[in-house]
Design a protein around this ligand. Structure first.
Ligand SMILES: [Zn+2]
Length: 204
């Protein structure tokens, strides 16, 4: 269950000294208070959605709220609202969600970049995650040795629907004993076709 709702905070109080009170006609003590309404999720402010105004006359104590503001007061209140910013902290939740997304995006870019470097420089022990012929199944190839352009690999004899099967499948007994050879170019082509989805170098 997610707890969410709205909350409010006082932004500012200002005098409307040029205006007469619509009730008693004096202009001695007419004040407007602005409040921010914001959405919270688990009491973390997420984003502001409106400003509320309350006008009160200190002389006759008459008060008006947002929707019921007398027309003579509305323009001044509207102007004050436009001049008053919602505090940054009322955006905290949205800022938090955005920063998590940006972090995840940067992390995935770095990860892909690292994969390209590792694939271009194969080394014994490297593990490649590959899509198998069956739809949406994944398995592993392990580099046994590299000589020149030839990369000797052994195939894992198991497959998994998990796109990162390294933890479940990477046990020595699960690999075939019969190696086969691919060229570096073969690996690059598999990568470009999306058949080779991940590169891991566990020794580091
Ligand atoms: Zn008044």
């Amino acid at each position: 269950m997610i707890f969410y709702g709205t909350n409010g905070t006082h932004l500012r109080t200002a005098a409307l000294s040029q205006l007469d009170c619509p009730s008693c006609g004096t202009n001695v003590d007419l004040k407007v208070s602005l409040f921010s309404r914001y959405v919270h999720v688990y009491w973390i402010p997420f984003f502001p959605y409106t400003k509320l105004a309350v006008v009160q006359c200190g002389h006759c104590q008459m008060a008006w709220e947002n929707k019921a503001l007398p027309p003579s007061l509305a323009p001044a209140v509207r102007e004050l609202k436009q001049q008053t910013q919602q505090p940054f902290w009322t955006w905290a939740g949205v800022a938090l969600v955005l920063s998590v997304m940006v972090f995840g995006y940067l992390h995935s870019i770095r990860d892909t970049h690292t994969d390209e470097i590792l694939l271009a420089n194969p080394r014994a022990g490297d593990i490649y995650t590959v899509r198998t012929d069956s739809a949406n199944m994944y398995s592993l190839l392990k580099v046994r040795q590299v000589s020149g352009n030839s990369v000797e690999l052994v195939a894992n004899e198991y497959q998994s629907s998990d796109s990162t099967p390294i933890e479940t499948l990477n046990a020595p007994a699960k690999y075939s004993n019969e190696p086969f050879v691919l060229t570096r170019l073969d690996l690059q082509i598999m990568r470009r076709k999306g058949e080779l989805t991940d590169v891991d170098r566990l020794s580091e």
